[in-house]
Design a protein around this ligand. Structure first.
Ligand SMILES: N[C@H](CCC[C@H](N)C(=O)O)C(=O)O
Length: 279
């Protein structure tokens, strides 16, 4: 099986071109290829597939084999792969995801290959029913108190097609993401588990984010998470609609437009290609 390793701001996935390769059991394959010692090494697996409704379709699988509905860093790499490898011939494309269609605009660098991609991430879902989480379905969860490890955390929950809990902290570098992340991911409030973002506000237009991903653990970046952070920053009065987000593996530029959607701009990088024999 031919694969390509790509990353967006250090959030790395193994990409398989489903126009040419057949994958029968993507959940098992995701666990195998993602392993940093026994596999290729990645945060998960992304399949690039033909679509009836869009230019291409993507499916993303976490390190533990679970499927996520959407992936912000992954979708930029899917677009880059599609253009650089000739699956599409234009720079503005649509991609079908597990949470509907997204439109993307690619920019090429001096080599003629794509190096940056802007994604219309769609409008956030703010009702508890959208996340999903416990409590009155139609109500928002903005700055609500969540008890974890005998401490209270103030969380704001946002769906970007997949579920996110955003927590603002004073100092993110030393925050115990490894310990608190999984406790929130698996908290009884969230029946489908949840991705968690820990965020330090530097100024109303600049933040630092660390990410604990559902099914993958701490990653160097998360595009849907950075979009959720943009929305949570506005809802809680901490940041403006347009921000620069510094993630562990790079920066993303985001804006929550007045008419609803979040726009995200960031890098997409191909690292290497190879062959892998599924075990
Ligand atoms: N890293 C991805 C999100 C993966 C989310 C996944 N962990 C889930 O189960 O929803 C991003 O850039 O948006």
């Amino acid at each position: 099986m031919k694969f390509t390793k790509m990353h967006g701001a250090g959030n790395d996935y193994v990409y398989v071109n489903g126009f040419e390769e057949r994958v029968d059991d993507p959940a098992t394959l995701a666990r195998q290829v993602s392993h940093r010692q026994f596999g290729i090494g990645a945060d998960g697996l992304i399949l690039i597939l033909p679509s009836k409704f869009a230019d291409v379709r993507m499916r993303m699988f976490n390190l533990d084999g679970s499927e996520g509905e959407m992936c912000g860093n992954g979708i930029r790499c899917v677009a880059k792969y599609a253009y650089d490898h000739g699956l599409v011939e234009k720079l503005d494309i649509s991609v079908e995801t597990g949470s509907g269609l997204r439109s993307l605009l690619m920019r090429t660098g001096p080599s003629g290959l794509v190096d940056r991609v802007q994604v219309n991430m769609g409008a956030p879902g703010l009702r508890r029913g959208d996340i999903p989480m416990s409590g009155p379905e139609l109500e928002q969860a903005v700055s609500i108190s969540l008890a974890v490890d005998s401490q209270q955390y103030e969380v704001t929950c946002v769906s970007m097609g997949n579920p996110h809990a955003v927590i603002f902290v004073d100092e993110v570098e030393s925050f115990p993401v490894d310990r608190i992340g999984p406790l929130i991911e698996n908290h009884a409030w969230f029946p489908e588990r949840i991705n968690v973002e820990f965020v330090q506000v530097l100024s109303p237009s600049e933040v630092i984010q660390r990410t604990w991903e559902r099914g993958s653990g701490e990653t160097l970046a998360c595009g849907t998470g950075a979009s959720a952070v943009t929305v949570a920053g506005v809802l809680t009065g901490r940041t403006t609609r347009k921000i620069l987000n510094h993630l562990r593996g790079g920066d993303l530029e985001l804006e929550w437009l007045e008419n609803g959607p979040v726009m995200m701009l960031g890098p997409a990088v191909e690292v290497f290609s190879g062959n892998y024999d599924p075990k």
